[in-house]
Design a protein around this ligand. Sequence first.
Ligand code: ADP
Ligand code: MG
Length: 147
Amino acid sequence: MAGTYTFTIIKPGAVANEHIGPIINVINSNGFHISALKLIRLRTAQASKFYEVHKDRPFYKDLIEFMTSGPIVVAILEKENAVDDYRKLIGNTDPSKADEGTIRKLFAQSVQKNAVHGSDSDENARIESDFFFSKSERFSIFDERDF
Ligand code: ADP
Ligand code: MG
């Protein structure tokens, strides 16, 4: 069965441009419930670990610099089929290829500054959610044991 939650980050560019509210509005309007939410600033070690799978890619160093450049919003979003539905809602990694109405089409500045992160699998949703939130910071609409 597909999982019922995903993990998202509103990236530094979108936070700096005052897009927190508008992005959360799109998220809620598309049927996602916010189960955990906070504003934090990543340290280099945390950002490096979060994006470790990309460590050999040419954009890695710049990505870590960008992700640590200012505050971000981290959140857990609940919905049936959350991972796939949220990937559809955020759109293509490259905003110039993202569909109309997607979060990246609406709010991204570039491929790097593409407004939001969204987990790409249920397993990563769990790993990423656990990376940022303790049990007492999560409020499930389905079942606390889901977490
Ligand atoms: P997604 O966030 O859509 O899952 P990836 O996992 O492939 O995309 O990449 C992680 C992040 O790295 C992207 O969201 C983006 O911020 C950055 N990134 C990906 N590809 C590039 C690129 N070609 N140039 C610069 N930054 C990139
Ligand atoms: Mg990815």
